[in-house]
Design a protein around this ligand. Structure first.
Ligand SMILES: [Ca+2]
Ligand SMILES: [Ca+2]
Length: 276
């Protein structure tokens, strides 16, 4: 019965996404996908064809809950590998010393100790990362009217770029790991296509690009789960440009030029397990 309910939610979400996008529901293969999957096409074809996609805009609670249920029980934030279940990062317990700065440590959530041992290491082509408890108003006062927290009160963004990557490790170690899937809550997706995740296999091959449907000044969710652990990393695109004192959001008509700026809240992912 529970599986049936999840499928109904998924179908409704897919229909909603379809109405937003003439290309139809995710995945949307990027132009570079074929080149990046060289040598792994046949091996990844089977799993790529069968992920469950959870997506919603504005009213996202149901899709988030269905994705959490699909991944399994929330594991403790301790080092080591669990047989199943999921991990989450909601940023909300990040200490004040690491809040409203532009130097949030990229390996903060792969420390060897609880509660920071969660097996996720970040990278970006920008200058760093930031966790904010004031909707990034510390960077630009206008952001307080654009962004919000799905899980109060802290949210997250790369700095100096709209692109970042998450690599999975056995929690609290340097042992590369794979996850069954990844989901993220975005805040203030104004335009279709401005927020997305590309899941990557162990060889760096694309497992598909999945867009989050828009909800201006609200929340958007995209989560993708494979039947087995095949996701070694995730590339996240959040908006059309980086945050900054001179960077205005597309919906802020009082300032210009403007681009669709997007930030992130909850990361939800399958337990990172040693890849064989
Ligand atoms: Ca949060
Ligand atoms: Ca925006």
């Amino acid at each position: 019965m529970k599986a049936r309910i999840i499928l109904v939610i998924g179908a409704l979400a897919a229909a909603a996404a379809c109405s937003q996008s003439p290309e139809g529901p995710a995945p949307v293969q990027p132009q570079g996908a074929a080149a990046s999957s060289t040598g792994s096409v046949s091996a990844s074809a089977a799993v790529r064809a069968s992920p469950d996609v959870f997506t919603a805009a504005c009213s996202i609670d149901g899709a988030v809950a269905a994705f959490q249920t699909a991944l399994g029980t929330l594991n403790p934030n301790t080092a080591g590998e669990n047989p199943g279940g999921r991990r989450e990062i909601n940023w909300d317990a990040v200490p004040a010393a690491f809040t409203n700065t532009t130097s949030f440590p990229a390996d903060f959530f792969n420390a060897t100790f609880a509660p920071r041992a969660r097996g996720a290491v970040f990278s970006t082509d920008g200058s760093g990362f930031s966790v904010s408890d004031n909707d990034f108003a510390f960077l630009n006062a206008d952001y307080a009217g654009q962004f919000g927290a799905f899980s109060p009160v802290r949210i997250f963004s790369a700095i100096g770029s709209n692109r970042m990557r998450v690599d999975f490790f056995v929690a609290g170690s340097s042992t590369p790991a794979v996850s069954t899937g990844f989901g993220v809550v975005f805040s203030d997706v104004d335009n279709t296509g401005s927020a997305s995740i590309m899941l990557l296999g162990r060889g760096g091959n694309s497992l598909g690009l999945y867009e989050a449907p828009p909800c201006p000044q609200g929340f958007s969710f995209i989560g993708v789960k494979f039947p087995v652990g095949v996701v070694a990393a995730v590339e996240i695109t959040s908006g059309h440009g980086p945050l900054g004192a001179e960077a205005s959001d597309v919906s802020d008509r009082n300032h210009g030029p403007a681009r669709d700026l997007v930030v992130m809240d909850d990361f939800i992912y399958g337990e990172p397990k040693r890849s064989n």
